[in-house]
Design a protein around this ligand. Structure first.
Ligand code: TYM
Length: 334
């Protein structure tokens, strides 16, 4: 048994607790986490340290950390199978983050598109944390010697810099970190806004119809899909210039398992109205059990606390090994 466990590949991924997960977060990342639990040694975390690169209201932030933790469990992440923890409750992340800052180049961080986008969006608060965000994310991953990191397509640049940092450190001190690979889903890696289908679906979108939140009830989900922007054709077919329809087909495919061809024939001769209703219904039905499980878990705060306390301990047991190795190699007195 022990031997078998040692051979399993390890997984680490995380999500920021900046609000209810969007359908993008879910289809691009979280939905794929639960099925990995049997095959791999998984650690999943609420990336609360990352979230303070943007100003957070303390009361709301505290509530969101807990509710996002409950959401992870509602999406099928099982604390009996995986390590499920809150990043700030394991101080090793902040510590390795600082160390890795010193092995990350200013030029590399300057080229990060997320930094450029976020600093354009919040010109009043371009803080140093926003700039060094990728070194902290590298620390998250490298502490657990993760083989695979299941994320959406928008995180590929962060994975590349993680490999660069790990490779640089290994080059100086000898083999210390495993170089992780991204694990990006074929369908759903980039879910687009329902209102502007050339833009990524995002929690921070001001238009509430642009974004499905995974706790939206059926009525809301169906309404938002009905308003989704499409094109002036009538054909449900995946193709160039059909960003809105492509996005809806991707979403429909991700929740029903149907291929693009199957979807096209299912809606042959029908209008966009029928298609949009079908997507709305399918998504709402898919999300219903998550919403129910979430309500159940949020009524049991004691259980949630026992899970995240245990998760933090389990996480640190693993991360401590990597951190000690790193500190020793650099020359710190342990
Ligand atoms: P975050 O919180 O922005 O997003 C969480 C996950 O959701 C994916 N995602 C999407 N996928 C498809 N379509 C979309 N529209 C969409 N929007 C978001 C993201 O790719 C991500 O996988 N930096 C990370 C959090 C993090 C992390 C880590 C991830 C911190 N440390 C270590 C992996 C490993 C972030 O901000 O994700």
């Amino acid at each position: 048994m022990e031997m078998q466990n040692q051979k399993k590949k390890s997984i680490l991924s995380g999500i920021q607790p900046t609000g209810v997960f969007t359908l993008g977060n879910y289809l691009g990342a979280v939905k794929n986490w639960a099925p990995m639990q049997d095959e791999f040694d998984c650690a999943y975390m609420i990336a609360d340290l990352h979230a303070i690169t943007v100003r957070q209201d303390p009361k709301q932030f505290r509530e969101q950390i807990l509710s996002c933790y409950a959401l992870l469990l509602s999406c099928g992440i099982d604390p009996q199978k995986s390590i499920v923890f809150i990043q700030s409750q394991n101080p090793d992340h902040a510590q390795l983050g600082w160390v890795l800052d010193c092995y990350t180049q200013f030029g590399e961080l300057s080229r990060m598109t997320q930094f450029k986008d976020k600093s354009a969006k919040h010109p009043e608060n371009i803080n140093a944390g926003l700039f060094t965000y990728p070194s902290l994310m590298a620390a998250d991953i490298l502490l657990y010697q993760a083989d695979l990191v299941p994320v959406g397509a928008d995180q590929t640049q962060h994975l590349e810099i993680t490999r660069t940092i790990a490779g640089r450190f290994n080059g100086i001190y000898g083999n210390t970190f495993k170089l992780p690979e991204g694990y990006i889903p074929k369908a759903g890696a980039k879910i687009m806004s329902l209102a502007e289908p050339t833009k990524k679906m995002s929690k921070s979108d001001e238009n509430p119809n642009a974004c499905i939140l995974i706790l939206d009830d059926k009525d809301k989900v169906v309404k938002k899909f009905k308003r989704a922007v499409t094109d002036s054709e009538m054909e449900v077919r995946y193709g160039e210039g059909k960003d809105g329809i492509n996005n809806l087909m991707t979403i429909y495919s991700a929740v029903t398992g149907k291929t693009m061809d199957e979807i096209t024939s299912e809606f042959a001769g029908k209008g966009y109205g029928d298609f949009k209703s079908a997507v709305g219904e399918a998504v709402a039905d898919h999300l219903r059990p998550i919403r129910e499980e979430y309500a159940r878990l949020m009524a049991d705060k004691a259980y949630l606390e026992s899970c995240y306390r245990q998760g933090a301990e389990q996480a640190q047991r693993i991360s401590r090994r990597t951190l000690s190795k790193v500190m020793k190699k650099i020359g710190f007195i342990l």
